[in-house]
Ligand binder design. Structure first.
Ligand code: FEO
Ligand code: CA
Ligand code: CA
Length: 673
């Protein structure tokens, strides 16, 4: 962020300028090193130590953020663990009613599709806190709901007939409604956070909500369906994994493993076979009820994208063309539609984060494609940033300005820490010295098959790109590469370990040339007792981790890393976890940014451990940095109490519910320091 970005205090009656904004203003005009010249460190970019309040020095000095907690041990409980002096409250679990149209959540799983459409969805994932009136005790939480656990969603799992086909409409509708995004107002009263039921901001976007679509793919020939003859509307957002937000105050939800929700039993198009549309079944069998007498607007039929009629007016061949995007939502305007921004590419988007924001320079977004051997992308807006756009009320019009026209690039990581951004345009040169126009008819066709275009230009296949995060101190970009046990024969400089079961975090900095960057590997996940060529970063008991996934910086420059691990090297020691580090303060003798190594590994500390069975994901902060929000997804037997740290007794079984957890310091101070 910089001073130019959306300022949550714009609704604030007080004129308190957040400290982070002061720091960012001072740093915003400083440049990063040119590509290939090493990683610029905060030590080179900033001055030291905040001095007395009366200083008239024109240089405001940068604080040294220091982690102020002791790394905690791993844990394997039906409870969360936090450092001494902290509390953890369960908020807004799956099924919490948003309004009076929904019944209270029922522990027997009997809530209906209507209840679900008016309640928190399932499997919370990416998340952001949007303050109201600048408040750290009253705001809107946007929460992604990635997928569902059918056995927990229904009283006794999904109902099927003898041919294993779904038979109950309300069950399927409930599943569709459990997907998507929640916008919910939350408020703190007497130190306890709660959902504000019936607040006018509360709303759900589900797997069935009608949405707008913009950018190159917004074309009738690509999106026409019997439901949308003009091709201007699409239905639903699915498998919303990581998230982002924008400098102008909107939420971004990212469509990740959407291909599995559709089936084409006929001849697949190039983009369908490249992305992995199934040729036999849909993920949860929603299409089983196609043609049912009670079906409304082809609500189930649309998941079967097989060509059946003579034109797009006759079948749902185009339905999946409306999926696989970054979707923009204005949480402050409950009348606004969600908009799918197709210019940012179509793939399994894990997350989406904007790069350092500078007046007069383009806005940049980064997004990874989470699948084995897939790629890292960036989008660069055509227009340059104008600071006044951070405070406009027509936020989705600002989104159109910066997200509908621009250039999409894919990353190639070369030796010696140099990388190249390869444009995905009709004139882009391919590996065989042709151009993409030899393979595609227009930019829309490139976007539809983004990964196929990236293959042709020679992008670097990565070990499952997940979230990205941008250091507010120096603009360095970090991205988690969660793991890749299928890398059995060939490494590359950016993915150097065979059988990479524990993952790593890559880092890059942009140079003056938009098509070059410098990069290194910040940390390798590993068990402490792994061989030295695996535990390259020298991790020890109190910070060993595997499969990094969620990743975010707070405004003070603390990077928070969350895991989604299944590797036995670590599952024997601990459940999934969240760690913290201040990367800008790890510098080499040359003043360049350092990586995690045996000499500084104690700077990487474990802050949180999730309950049994759960993944730790999603991260948001209150502006005051006093409240850290994260999500516990797919727990096995939790939550037992509103106190997230309370272990479910061994003789008790609860219907598991994903939930947000709010972590605060018992003394009310800033979290983490
Ligand atoms: Fe939904 Fe890649 O995690
Ligand atoms: Ca994830
Ligand atoms: Ca993951």
């Amino acid at each position: 962020m910089s001073k130019d970005t959306f300022d949550p205090t714009k609704y604030n009656n007080s004129n308190n300028e957040p400290f982070a904004a002061v720091m960012e203003r001072e740093l915003s005009r400083r440049s990063v090193l040119r590509a290939g010249m090493g990683m610029a460190a905060v030590g080179m970019l900033s001055t030291v130590g905040l001095t007395g309040c009366n200083s008239t020095d024109s240089v405001v000095e940068t604080p040294k953020t220091k982690l102020g907690f002791d790394s905690i041990a791993g844990a394997k409980l039906d409870a969360v663990a936090v450092p001494k002096g902290y509390s953890a409250q369960v908020l807004a679990p799956w099924g919490t009613p948003l309004n009076d149209l929904a019944r209270e959540w029922q522990a027997d799983g009997s809530n209906t599709a209507l209840d679900q459409a008016n309640s928190l969805g399932m499997h919370h994932d990416g998340m952001h806190y949007f303050p109201l009136n600048g408040s750290s005790t009253d705001g809107l939480l946007c929460i992604n709901h990635e997928y569902i656990d059918q056995s927990a969603l229904h009283p006794a799992g999904p109902t099927k007939d003898g041919n294993s086909l779904r038979t109950i409409l309300d069950e399927v509708r409930k599943e569709i409604n459990a997907h998507g995004v929640t916008v919910v107002r939350i408020k703190q009263t007497n130190g306890i956070w709660d959902v504000v039921k019936n607040d006018s901001h509360n709303r759900r976007f589900t797997g069935a909500t009608t949405m707008d679509i913009s950018g190159p793919v917004a074309d009738q020939t690509l999106l026409e369906t019997p439901f949308s003859p003009n091709g201007d509307k699409v239905r639903g957002t699915l498998n919303n994994c990581g998230n982002g937000y924008t400098p102008w105050g909107t939420y971004l939800t990212c469509e990740e493993n959407w291909p599995g929700y559709f089936v084409n039993t006929g001849t697949q198009t190039a983009d369908q076979s490249r992305i992995g549309i199934d040729d036999k079944n849909t993920r949860y069998g929603w299409d089983d009820l196609a043609g049912n007498a009670a079906e409304i607007n082809d609500e189930f039929k649309r998941f079967d994208i097989t060509v059946k009629g003579s034109s797009a007016a006759d079948d749902y061949r185009n339905e999946a063309n409306g999926h696989g995007y970054i979707v923009e939502i204005d949480p402050y305007d409950n009348q606004s539609s969600a908009i799918k921004r197709t210019a940012l590419g179509r793939f399994r988007h894990e997350g989406c984060v904007f790069g350092q924001v500078v007046e007069g320079k383009p806005i940049v977004f980064y997004s990874g494609h989470d699948s084995r051997f897939e790629y890292i992308y960036k989008f660069v807006s055509d227009v340059n940033w104008h600071a006044g756009d951070a405070s406009r009320d027509d936020r989705l019009a600002v989104g159109a300005k910066y997200m509908d026209q621009g250039t999409l690039y894919v990353a190639r990581f070369d030796d010696n820490g140099v990388g190249v951004w390869l444009p995905l345009t009709m004139t882009a040169v391919t590996k065989d010295q042709g151009v993409l126009a030899d393979h595609f008819t227009n930019q829309a066709s490139i976007i539809l098959n983004t990964a196929g275009a990236a293959d042709l230009v020679g992008a670097t296949p990565m070990d499952r790109p997940e979230w990205a995060a941008v250091d507010p101190v120096n603009g360095a970009v970090y991205m988690t590469l969660t793991n890749n046990t299928k890398r059995t024969t060939e490494t590359n400089p950016a993915n150097p370990r065979l059988n990479n079961s524990t993952g790593h975090i890559i880092r890059w900095q942009e140079g003056d040339n938009a098509e070059l960057f410098s990069w290194d590997i910040f940390v390798f996940g590993a068990a402490e007792d792994a061989a030295p060529d695996v535990n390259i970063s020298g991790l020890a008991e109190l910070n060993q981790f595997a499969s990094p996934d969620g990743l975010a910086f707070d405004a003070r420059g603390i990077m928070w890393m969350q895991t989604d691990n299944g590797a036995p090297e670590l599952t024997e020691y601990t459940n999934d976890q969240m760690l913290a580090v201040v990367p800008s303060q790890l510098t080499t003798d040359n003043g360049e940014l350092d990586t995690i190594n045996s000499g500084n590994q104690t700077e990487l500390k474990r802050f949180f451990v999730g309950p049994n069975g759960a993944e730790v994901t999603g991260l948001a902060f209150s502006p005051a940095q006093t409240d850290l929000f994260l999500n516990v997804q797919h727990p096995a037997n939790w939550p037992y109490s509103s106190d997230a740290t309370m272990d479910t007794p061994s003789n008790k079984t609860v219907r598991p519910r994903a939930a947000t957890v709010i972590i605060r310091k018992n003394d009310g101070g800033e979290v983490g320091v």
